[in-house]
Design a protein around this ligand. Structure first.
Ligand SMILES: *Cc1c(COP(=O)(O)O)cnc(C)c1O
Length: 360
C-alpha cells in the first residue's frame, strides 16, 4: 500500500493514524459488536462518542463555556442562509467583507434575506490581498460582520482579526480552523465544513455565543434554527454520525500533536518552505500579497503556463496529486492542511526544483 500526498482543497487528506484507528474499530467499536455507523445516535455508546468529540474540540480550541458547539449537516454553504435567518433580530442590515469566491457566495445568499453592506471589497485587485482594519467601512448598527479568514480558492488569509466593537464577528473558517491557536472569544460565531481540516464531508461545525441564540426569524426552517440544534445537543434529527465520530478521532490526534500550538509550528514551517521555493526563482510565482499568504492553500503559477500539464503529470508520477489550481484561478494550488505531512511538502519542493532544472 502506498498513500499519496494528496494536495486536494477538500475533501482533503486525513491523518493516516486516524484512518488506521477507524479501520481497527470498524467492525466492533469498543466491544459493542457493531460499527459506529450502525449505532443509534441516541444510544449510550454513540452519545459517549459524540460528547467526547465535543469536549475534545472545546479543549483543543479553548472554547469558552458561553459558546455552544453544534454538529450540523448541509455544509458551510447552508450557513450562508442560516446566518441571516438566525442573526438579524430587529436589525436592518449586515456587514460583509468580500475577499474572494467564498465571501461572494456568502454575500449573494445573504442578499436573499437581508440588506448587505459591503464593508470592503478586494475584487479589483483580483482577490489577492486583504483589506486593512482602517479600510473596513463598518456600520455600528449592523446585525453582524461576516468575513472569510482564509479564502480557499485564492489562497488569501487575514493576518489579523477584524475589530468590530459590539457588533458580533462571524467567520467562515472552513479552510483554516484548527491550523493554529485562536482566541474564540473575539468571535460571535465560527463555522466550518469538516472536509478540509476536521474530518470527512457531511459534518459542519458551528461555534456560537449563547446571546446570539433565540433570534431566528419566524419563517426560519426548523432545521435551520441554531436554537433548535443547541437545545437538542445537535440531535434534533439524526446527525452525520460517522463523520462526527471521525472528527472526534481527529481531535484526539490533534491533542497528541501538541494541540494547536504544535500544529501551528509545523504548519508555519510547511508554508514557509513552499513559499520560499516559489519565491526562489522566476520560474514560479505567487499572485498573493506577502502579508495575506495562506498557510493552508498555496496557489502558484508557472511563468510558462504551457508547462502546466507536464508539471502535473510529473508530480503525479511521484505520488504528488490534486495540484491543479481552481478553474477560476488556473496554475497550481497545493492545499497543505494539518494532515499533510511535512514530508509531502518536502517532496513537492524537491520536485519543483527538479522540474525547473529540466525545463528552464
Ligand atoms: C469549502 C468551503 C466552503 C463550502 O463548503 P461546503 O461544505 O462544500 O458547503 C465554504 N467556505 C469556505 C471558506 C470553504 O473553503
Amino acid at each position: 500500500m502506498t498513500r499519496k500526498f494528496n494536495f486536494s482543497a477538500g475533501p482533503a487528506m486525513l491523518p493516516t493514524a486516524v484512518i488506521e484507528r477507524a479501520q481497527a474499530e470498524m467492525l466492533d467499536w469498543n466491544g459493542s459488536g457493531m460499527s459506529t455507523m450502525e449505532m443509534s445516535h441516541r444510544g449510550k455508546e454513540y452519545m459517549s462518542i459524540a460528547a467526547k468529540a465535543e469536549s475534545d474540540l472545546r479543549e483543543v480550541m479553548g472554547i469558552p463555556d458561553n459558546y455552544k458547539v453544534l454538529f450540523l449537516q448541509g455544509g458551510a454553504s447552508s450557513q450562508f442562509a442560516m446566518i441571516p435567518l438566525n442573526l438579524m433580530g430587529d436589525k436592518a442590515s449586515a456587514d460583509y467583507i468580500n475577499t474572494g469566491m467564498w465571501s461572494k457566495k456568502a454575500i449573494s445568499e445573504a442578499k436573499r434575506y437581508t440588506t448587505v453592506n459591503i464593508a470592503a471589497d478586494t475584487s479589483e485587485g483580483g482577490f489577492t490581498a486583504v483589506p486593512t482594519q482602517a479600510e473596513l467601512k463598518l456600520d455600528p448598527n449592523a446585525a453582524y460582520v461576516h468575513y472569510t479568514p482564509n479564502e480557499t480558492i485564492g489562497g488569501v488569509e487575514f493576518d489579523y482579526i477584524p475589530e468590530t466593537g459590539d457588533v458580533p464577528l462571524i467567520a467562515d473558517m472552513s479552510s483554516t480552523i484548527l491550523s493554529r491557536p485562536l482566541d474564540v472569544s473575539k468571535f460571535g460565531m465560527i463555522y466550518a465544513g469538516a472536509q478540509k481540516n476536521i474530518g470527512p464531508a457531511g459534518l459542519t461545525i458551528v461555534i456560537i455565543r449563547d446571546d446570539l441564540l433565540g433570534k431566528a426569524s419566524s419563517n426560519c426552517p426548523t432545521m435551520f434554527n441554531y436554537s433548535v440544534h443547541a437545545e437538542n445537543d445537535s440531535m434534533y434529527n439524526t446527525p452525520s454520525t460517522y463523520s462526527w465520530y471521525m472528527a472526534g478521532l481527529v481531535f484526539e490526534w490533534l491533542k497528541e500533536q501538541g494541540g494547536l500550538e504544535g500544529m501551528a509550528e509545523v504548519n508555519k514551517r510547511k508554508a514557509e518552505k513552499l513559499y520560499a521555493a516559489i519565491d526562489a526563482t522566476d520560474f514560479y510565482g505567487s499572485p498573493v500579497a506577502i502579508n495575506a499568504r495562506s498557510w493552508m492553500n498555496v496557489p502558484f503559477t508557472l511563468a510558462d503556463a504551457e508547462l502546466d500539464a507536464a508539471f502535473l503529470k510529473g508530480a503525479s508520477e511521484r505520488g504528488l496529486v490534486t495540484l491543479k489550481g481552481h478553474r477560476s484561478v488556473g496554475g497550481m494550488r497545493a492545499s497543505i492542511y494539518n494532515a499533510m505531512p511535512e514530508a509531502g511538502v518536502d517532496a513537492l519542493v524537491a520536485f519543483m526544483q527538479e522540474f525547473e532544472a529540466a525545463n528552464a
